[in-house]
Ligand binder design. Structure first.
Ligand SMILES: Nc1ncnc2c1ncn2[C@@H]1O[C@H](COP(=O)(O)OP(=O)(O)O)[C@@H](O)[C@H]1O
Ligand SMILES: [Mg+2]
Length: 232
């Protein structure tokens, strides 16, 4: 898996949001996108996912150009997406939500059983409507739904949002293990410092639609360095 984004410009109805965004994600990496509310983090993931057409620029995935290809096309099917706010189907059961992920995923190999190993609570609640789950359990379901398609790259948008602190830690560990066991590359968006520090190999800081810094190595554990891009 390689992801190379260069000179990306995207927005809504002619209003520019992302401006000249360029960065790379390498195979097996966990890369964080950090930045305050409204800087364009979700817009970036939506554009990578093909849910928003960029004005210009290039998104190369395994050397193949993704721009101009729809979200459901083959090249994008090995990219899993956990949207901000989770978007699970509240009136479908947990199992039905996972079946949706299996259908969307393009890989022959599915990980239906494995996701229950990671999230045993989902197996316990398999027949229950997703809307009855707690915020943290819904987040697990959204991650599991993305995983059953067997993605090589997982995009995760603010996994800690609306999740109680005790569960945030466990979701962070689950993502780390998924990366470790399956080699799934992870590109995630976060504003929660402990999640960023617990998960990221390195980070890009984004401000007003532009990448303003890359934070690597020991600098990821430097709280002040990261807070600069998170605290108003
Ligand atoms: N569907 C949309 N239509 C118009 N503007 C939008 C839409 N979604 C987001 N925006 C605007 O784009 C900017 C970036 O939003 P977003 O990518 O959601 O930021 P973040 O995820 O970093 O909080 C914000 O100014 C937001 O109001
Ligand atoms: Mg967002």
């Amino acid at each position: 898996m390689t992801l190379e984004i260069s000179g990306l410009n995207a927005g809504y109805d002619g209003t520019p949001i992302l401006r000249d965004v360029s960065f790379n994600v390498g195979d097996g990496e966990i890369v964080g996108i950090v930045g305050r509310n409204g800087v364009g983090k979700t817009t970036l993931l939506k554009t990578i996912m093909g849910l928003l057409d960029p004005e210009s620029g290039s998104i190369q995935y395994n050397g193949e150009e993704l721009t101009g290809k729809a979200a459901n096309e083959h090249a994008r099917r090995s990219i899993g997406y956990v949207p901000q706010g989770r978007d699970v189907f509240p009136t479908l059961t947990v199992r039905e939500n996972l079946l949706v992920g299996e259908t969307v995923g393009g890989d022959d190999e599915t990980r239906y059983e494995q996701v229950y190993d990671y999230f045993p609570i989902l197996e316990e609640r398999a027949g229950q409507d997703a809307g009855t789950l707690s915020g943290g359990q819904q987040q697990m379901l959204a991650i599991a739904r993305a995983l059953v398609g067997g993605p090589d790259l997982l995009l995760v948008d603010e996994p800690s949002e609306g999740v109680q602190p005790s569960i945030v830690q466990s979701i962070t560990e689950d993502l780390e293990e998924i990366n470790d066991e399956f080699g799934t590359t992870i590109l995630f968006v976060e504003q929660n410092l402990s999640v960023i520090q617990g998960l990221a190999d390195r980070c890009y800081a984004i401000d007003r639609g532009t990448i303003v810094d890359e934070i690597t190595g020991d600098a990821v554990s430097d709280q002040e360095n990261l807070e600069e891009y998170l605290v108003v």
